[in-house]
Design a protein around this ligand. Structure first.
Ligand SMILES: *Cc1c(COP(=O)(O)O)cnc(C)c1O
Length: 372
């Protein structure tokens, strides 16, 4: 038996007949760019989370860039990002000549630490940067602590972009990600909880003006006519085929989130006496993009990975090097008190196979193998 880290084939087996129909329909219509399925998907995504506007785009990284462009982020601006995240969160900031400033995360939720954010803001000001925006990440599927982070952002006149590439559909105190902050972004990379069969992304906002700007920026800065250019934009559209595929996947997404929760609960029941299992604060719901444990040390993690490997259980370390230690990012500013939690997590976290179709028997094998 081979155990998949993320089993896209099991999902495909469930959806194959409707996916085939949806794909055939796009081929029959022949509108490969901005076909009617794109708008239809955007409406369904907006309805799913309760957002006023959804605008699809080419991928989750572009979604972040489009969000910063719509907010007018520019040279001299500080954009506060976590260090313990995927590189895309920070990568888009220097593209707009703004400066990413790295913030530590909390040891329990792995999400942006408000106290570290405050220190990073003071530091950014002291070196002549203008605090402009924060990008909390819903890491591994768990929403960041938005009430606290947004309050700090507003006190400092800053905008808020939620990077929900891993968290779309997560719940924060009764609200679904996509409706929190000024703009939320997500990714439909195949391995994300809601993934397509290629690259894809989307932005969500309640703000009509921001939505109009994003719509313009994603198609070469178009004006009222596609050959009137009002601003410098980019080419970042979601393919009609991917939109058609995503609608079929969205139809089962709520069910899949429940199944992920059941998988996570079984892991926690089987492993919490042995490792530090994920902590979910009251009022929050993770969509379990990853199930990530803390081992006691790097040595224990190495042994854990070895045991898993011998039993045929795939594991992955997300993320082995926090961004403030990466060659590409180490010269940007960060919380002057240091990012000790990000460093510590990078040294000892490990993620287990996680997808909605993980069978209970397979999970028992995984639990027995990694518990050692
Ligand atoms: C995957 C991911 C992105 C980027 O999404 P792409 O669609 O791969 O460009 C951005 N932020 C986070 C936190 C991610 O996990």
């Amino acid at each position: 038996m081979t155990i998949a880290f993320i089993d896209l084939a099991a999902q495909q087996a469930r959806l194959r007949p409707t996916l085939d129909q949806a794909i055939a329909q796009v081929l029959d219509q022949g509108q490969y760019i901005m076909g009617p399925q794109v708008r239809e998907l955007e409406e369904q995504l907006a309805a799913f989370c309760g957002a006023k506007h959804c605008l699809s785009c080419a991928n989750g990284t572009d979604a972040l860039q489009l969000a910063l462009m719509a907010l007018g982020i520019k040279a001299g601006d500080a954009v506060f990002v976590p260090s313990f995240t995927f590189a895309a969160t920070a990568e888009v900031v220097p593209f707009l000549n703004a400066t990413p400033v790295f913030v530590d995360c909390l040891p329990d939720t792995f999400n942006m630490d408000p106290e570290s954010l405050k220190r990073a803001i003071a530091h950014a000001k002291s070196i002549g940067l203008k605090p402009a925006c924060i990008i909390p990440v819903d890491l591994f599927g768990l929403p960041a602590d938005y009430d606290v982070l947004i309050a700090i952002a507003r006190e400092n006149g800053m905008k808020v972009i939620g990077d929900s590439a891993q968290g779309f559909g997560g719940v924060y105190k009764g609200r679904v990600t996509g409706t929190i902050g000024d703009i939320t972004t997500t990714s439909f990379f195949p391995a994300k909880p809601l993934g397509c069969y290629g690259d894809g992304g989307a932005l969500f906002t309640e703000d009509d003006e921001l939505a109009a700007l994003i719509d313009s920026f994603r198609v070469h800065g178009k004006g009222s006519h596609k050959y009137y250019n009002e601003r410098i934009g980019m080419n970042s559209r979601l393919d009609t085929l991917q939109a058609a595929i995503l609608m079929e996947k969205l139809a089962v997404y709520a069910d899949e989130i429940e199944k992920r929760q059941a998988v996570a609960s079984r892991y926690t029941a089987g492993l919490s006496n042995r490792f530090e299992t994920p902590y979910i604060p009251d009022g929050l719901k993770s969509i379990w993009a990853q199930y990530t444990l803390k081992t006691a040390s790097t040595a224990e993690r190495d042994a854990f990975q070895q045991r898993a490997k011998e039993a045929g259980v795939p594991t992955v370390v997300y993320y082995p090097v926090p961004l403030h230690r990466q060659n590409a990012y180490k010269d940007f500013p960060s919380d002057p008190a240091g990012l000790s939690v990000s460093d510590d997590l990078a040294s000892r976290v490990i993620s287990l196979p996680m997808h909605p179709y993980l069978e209970q028997a397979t999970q028992e094998t995984i639990i027995a193998a990694v518990a050692g």
